[in-house]
Design a protein around this ligand. Structure first.
Ligand code: ATP
Ligand code: MG
Ligand code: MG
Ligand code: MG
Length: 564
């Protein structure tokens, strides 16, 4: 494609409300634009990445034995009443009425629709398994849409469904999908981990796994064993806390000690203050009584009695509170050092001894508390209570140490069993001639979320650095001056040669200053770049492979085409 007439509205600065790196860069690179909270337009570059992701997904679905279909987004409410989810799903379900006052929903997922169809069309076990998938826009009126495509209200999902005669057959469908997911995320260049999970509003009786892209911005926390393959979402994880460790910790903990920390108001300032000292700084975490997401005090000003609380899981919303509120929230005998947890991912590698040196805020201006100790100064964890998980917790499989990471849920596979087939009467006659509900599985991938997750892992401050397979254009050709006929002739020639070989190339044919072109090229983020400058007369170009970071090389135009 030629850049001059392509819609690539790059931005020098990211809009202030964009927090996640992927969100900033997708906006700045001209990939997406927001229409309303959590609702985005995909501009040509963004659409190209989505297409490439879909291509990979389609290939792997097919090889796992799933057929593509397309179900309606607008669904009659009766289906959802039948399954019981019309009530259960709550305000996240987008509801609407048609002109005849009949109730409809915009599908957040499609178990109801597909179960009604398969139930009506398949009546004998001989037809099973049925395995189908679609790639479609989903609607969920999320309470907090954020981080761009990571949590949208309208988003693209691949959802697949399997119908089997029994649980053993479901296991075959499940395993083949599980393997397909591993191949998909590997091909996308994603660092990911499959973890044991909770079923959430999809429900069902069987096992379920989430596929987590590893990224600090992720809203989920993953516990994984350093020695065996146990890995679970913290919502689901089971921890063993050696009791003797706690007791020893209580016995040996040094007395609480107030340290003078003048003019320190923020976590960053305190970290810097403590940087020369060996103590571990413990962010003051607050867990709301109703189990809402944890908060962390990021700034405390005793003089004006104002404390800023941030959502610790997403570091998003900042709320102001007074000291009384903070004390009430923490239920703290020692002010902020009350029933606090630790910032798990940050301190996952610290050992328990170091933690007994922890520092937390005191309820006194210009002071913090040193030697805050688990058990004595705040609640020891209950088994399975993720909010108090600390380094040193043990794996329920092998007893080895667990480590903690943040993750973005990019995929989820469920063994549903008969939850939907029973409620919606989707049965088949078995070999003995008896009617039995089909055994279902369902399998989702957030395609648009995956795009952001890849962006999150493959970005630099200057812009995107797409893996070759996903880049909207693999090669960016930049003639330094379009007014120079020699440069343009060589640029055109290389462009055509690459296009002929089926390589997606972008030719920057705009009459812009080189600085502008280079900045835009960084933002667009093609993995390979060919710069055509003064050496064009000698048939030479500059070659830049942004993935291996080896810097620019001067080579012949022929070699550049070969290398691509
Ligand atoms: P989350 O826990 O992030 O809310 P979920 O568990 O509700 O996700 P599922 O019902 O398992 O989501 O849907 C299947 C997949 O769809 C998820 O694994 C995720 O990749 C994607 N997805 C879910 N909600 C969103 C959203 N609001 N925006 C983008 N993708 C989403
Ligand atoms: Mg959800
Ligand atoms: Mg989830
Ligand atoms: Mg899920």
């Amino acid at each position: 494609m030629r850049q001059k007439h392509m819609l690539v509205p790059t931005l020098r600065e990211a809009p202030a409300e964009a927090e996640a790196q992927s969100h900033k860069l997708l906006l700045r690179g001209g990939y997406i634009r927001q229409q309303a909270a959590g609702i985005y337009a995909y501009l040509p570059l963004g659409n190209r990445v989505l297409q490439r992701l879909q291509q990979i997904i389609r290939e792997e679905m097919q090889s796992a034995g799933f057929d593509e279909l397309l179900l309606p987004a607008m669904q009659p409410a009766e289906l959802w009443q039948q399954s019981g989810r019309y009530e259960e799903y709550g305000p996240e379900l987008v509801r609407l009425k048609d002109r005849h006052e009949r109730d409809f929903v915009l599908g957040p997922t499609h178990e109801e629709v597909i179960t009604s169809i398969i139930g009506a069309e398949v009546s004998s076990y001989r037809k099973l398994p049925v395995r189908v998938y679609q790639i479609q826009t989903k609607f969920r009126d999320e309470r907090r849409p954020r981080f761009g495509l990571l949590r949208g209200r309208e988003f693209l999902m691949k959802d697949a469904y399997s119908f089997d005669t029994d649980w053993e057959a479901l296991d075959v469908s499940y395993q083949s999908m599980f393997k397909a997911y591993e191949r998909i995320f590997t091909r996308c260049g994603l660092r990911f981990k499959a973890v044991e999970a909770e079923a959430g509003s999809i429900g069902g009786e069987g096992e379920t796994h989430e596929f987590m892209a590893l990224a600090d911005i992720g809203e989920d926390t993953i516990a994984s064993c350093v020695s065996c393959d146990y890995a679970a979402n913290l919502e689901k994880a089971v921890f063993l806390r050696p009791q003797e460790d706690l007791e020893a910790n209580e016995r040996t903990a040094a007395p609480l000690e107030e340290i003078h920390t003048p003019n320190i108001r923020t976590i960053d300032e305190l970290s810097a203050f403590l940087a020369e000292k060996p103590e571990v700084f413990m962010k003051t975490m607050i867990y709301l009584a109703d189990g809402q997401p944890a908060a962390v005090v990021v700034r405390g000003d005793h003089e004006v009695n104002e404390f800023k609380l941030k959502n610790a899981l997403g570091a998003a919303q900042v709320e102001l509170a007074d000291l009384e509120t903070v004390e009430r929230l923490t239920r703290a005998p020692h002010g902020f050092a009350g029933p606090v947890g630790l910032d798990v991912p940050v301190y996952a590698d610290r050992d328990a001894a170091a933690l007994s040196q922890a520092v937390a805020g005191a309820n006194r201006k210009d002071y913090h508390l040193r030697h805050v100790s688990i058990g004595r100064d705040y609640q020891p964890a209950q088994i399975g209570d993720f909010r108090n998980a600390v380094p040193g917790d043990c794996c329920p499989n092998c007893g080895e140490r667990l480590s903690f990471h943040r993750g973005i849920e990019v995929g989820h596979v469920f063994k549903l069993g008969t939850k939907y087939s029973q409620a919606m009467d989707a049965t088949v006659t078995n070999a003995e001639g008896k009617e039995e509900p089909m055994i279902m599985g369902c399998y989702g991938i957030g395609v648009s979320r995956l795009m952001s997750a890849v962006a999150e892992q493959h970005a630099s401050d200057e812009g995107m650095r797409w893996p070759l397979r996903l880049a909207p254009f693999q090669v960016h050709i930049l003639p330094v001056s379009v007014k120079d006929d020699t440069q343009m002739a060589l640029a055109e020639e290389m462009y055509h040669r690459l296009e002929q070989r089926g390589i997606a190339a972008l030719l920057d044919d705009r009459d812009e200053r080189p600085g502008v072109k280079f900045k835009d090229a960084d933002l667009i983020g093609s993995p390979l770049r060919i710069i055509i400058g003064k050496a064009a007369g000698d048939g030479e170009v500059e070659w830049l492979d942004r993935l291996n970071g080896s810097g620019k090389e001067q080579i012949s135009a022929d070699e550049a085409v070969e290398r691509v």
